[in-house]
Design a protein around this ligand. Structure first.
Ligand SMILES: Cc1cc2nc3c(=O)[nH]c(=O)nc-3n(C[C@H](O)[C@H](O)[C@H](O)COP(=O)(O)OP(=O)(O)OC[C@H]3O[C@@H](n4cnc5c(N)ncnc54)[C@H](O)[C@@H]3O)c2cc1C
Length: 477
């Protein structure tokens, strides 16, 4: 199936029931949160998501304050046959958190959390970002797995799996999940855990947002005080050697260390000589989550290599490490992404990546290779969760970012050409959270060996495909 653009709304129902004013008034009266409609103050802001390419106009936005509002919204949408979009952090590049014409069930205001420091568990509401959650956990010397940046939503990231700075030491975000509270398509409120609705608990750990609206997540959290973290920068003239060195170094690095490699165009950073601003660079971002002295030792070979143009690695709280790359992915730019897991990182693959980056059309575009293998995520049994891709060592992610909508063609064209050239080197496996709206074959490549089991689960919990604005598992193949 051909690729759809991010801006197109996949699977939208077009013919929808007429909404009479009395029904809308009744909905508003039964909510504790706000109901926004076109023209209302706050509507324009509430319909924006991270990807500036997305410009959709829902009929109704329900800004939920809690579970009761979520149930009310689901029942209203079902009665009136409205297409439903569910919003957590609003970061997904497909823009599935917002829809044209239907109802957005917006959880972004639900930011409650309750930590049990002795048991090392936290219950987090679905509107929290990782930055908000880890900010508060840090006061207790604790941390939740989360992502590589702080602004992504806890909800979408966890439901798709969740790769972050603790992935090698503590696994995926979904591996640290103990239970979820969830509202189903027929408005039921369930708790799913290892002992309650275990089939559903299996599905929400990697099966995305197909089965219901998660209102809160219960996570295991970990002692993570100060970490050794930051970025090492190398000139592009040494790019081949730097990537080869990092590949071999990462393969034997201890699990406390999660690292990546990034190709970027140097922003006007004051710590770089001015003549390097605007030139391509290789960055190696690292987080060592363990005793700092051991971290110094583990990082020594990497810091000695080169030497780097800049070495920004230093001790910092884990919550600060999670924010260190935020500025590179600002909200509101045009975003077009392509991604696949990599079975290895051969010299030829490295050359292909570098050859394409030399003519990258936008200075904001960043190519990332994440080293995710050889750690905690590999120790979870393949069938224990719906997340299907535990054994790939690396993940390649091309995040094309640019400012002007008029530059879409050249940026999308470059991304597709690059991705095509990488096909001999990538696995037929994609991380569901990094995908655009790319068609059914790619959805299958995201759910992998678990696809059929997920279809059966979808039939059981959402037989009408009420929750369809996601990387959709259809109840009838
Ligand atoms: C700049 C950037 C950096 C990223 N970094 C990482 C990273 O480091 N690691 C990583 O693993 N991923 C990363 N991602 C991908 C990220 O995991 C996904 O975009 C994820 O979907 C974001 O979750 P969200 O809640 O913010 O998104 P949303 O857009 O709000 O939601 C994403 C999907 O989940 C559904 N959904 C949202 N909330 C709920 C809920 N409570 N119940 C049921 N369904 C829900 C939505 O309907 C939508 O289909 C990054 C994305 C961006 C744009």
């Amino acid at each position: 199936m051909g690729e759809q653009e991010h801006t197109g709304q996949p699977g939208g129902r077009t013919a929808q029931a007429v909404l009479e004013q009395p029904s809308i008034d009744m909905l508003q009266a039964s909510l504790r949160g706000e109901l926004l409609r076109p023209g209302d103050p706050g509507y324009e802001t509430a319909r924006q998501v991270f990807n500036g390419m997305i410009d959709r106009r829902p009929r109704l936005i329900v800004r939920c304050t809690g579970v009761a509002d979520v149930i009310t919204a689901v029942q209203f949408a079902a009665t009136h046959q409205l297409l439903v979009a569910v919003r957590g952090g609003g970061h997904n590049v497909t823009g599935n958190a917002v829809c044209d014409d239907g109802m957005v069930i917006d959880l972004s205001g639900m930011k409650g959390m309750r930590l049990d420091p002795a048991a090392r568990t936290v219950r987090a509401e679905a509107g929290l970002t990782w930055g908000e959650l880890n900010h508060d956990l840090q006061v207790f010397g604790l941390g939740a797995t989360g992502g590589f940046i702080s602004t992504t939503g806890v909800a979408g990231l966890t439901l798709g799996g969740g790769l972050g700075w603790l992935v090698r030491k503590h696994g995926l975000a979904c591996d640290n999940l103990l239970s979820v509270d969830l509202v189903t398509a027929d408005g039921r409120f369930l708790t799913a855990s290892a002992t309650e609705h275990p089939d559903l608990f299996w599905g929400v750990r990697g099966g995305g947002s197909n089965f219901g609206i998660v209102t809160s997540f219960e996570f295991r959290v970990h002692p993570v005080g100060m970490v050794l973290a930051g970025l090492l920068l190398y000139p592009f003239t040494k790019a081949t050697a730097a990537l080869q060195f990092w590949r071999d170094y990462a393969a034997t690095a201890p699990e406390e260390l999660t690292s990546g490699a990034a190709l970027l165009t140097a922003p006007p950073w004051p710590f770089l000589p001015e003549q390097l601003h605007g030139t391509p660079l290789v960055g190696i971002p690292v987080v060592y989550a363990g005793p700092l002295q051991a971290g110094e030792q583990a990082l020594q070979p990497l810091r000695a290599f080169g030497p780097p143009l800049a070495d920004l690695v230093e001790p910092m709280p884990y919550s600060a490490a999670q924010t260190m790359a935020d500025a590179l992915w600002p909200r509101g730019l045009q975003n077009y992404w392509k991604s696949n897991f990599l079975p290895d990182l051969s010299d030829t693959a490295i050359e292909t990546i570098l050859a394409h980056f030399t003519h990258v059309p936008s200075p904001q575009t960043i190519v990332v290779i994440e080293h995710v293998g050889g750690g905690a995520m590999n120790r979870v049994e393949a069938n224990e969760t719906a997340f299907a891709h535990r054994n790939w060592p690396y993940n390649l992610l091309v995040t094309s970012l640019w400012t002007e909508p008029a530059d879409a063609e050249k940026n999308i064209g470059w991304t597709r050409q690059f991705w095509e050239a990488m096909q001999p080197f990538v696995a037929n496996a994609v991380y569901v959270n990094y995908m655009g709206s790319e068609g059914e074959d790619r959805v299958k490549a995201a759910y992998g060996a678990h696809y059929e089991r997920l279809v059966a689960l979808k039939k059981k919990y959402d037989p009408t495909n009420f929750f369809r604005l996601n990387q959709n598992i259809k109840p009838t193949p």
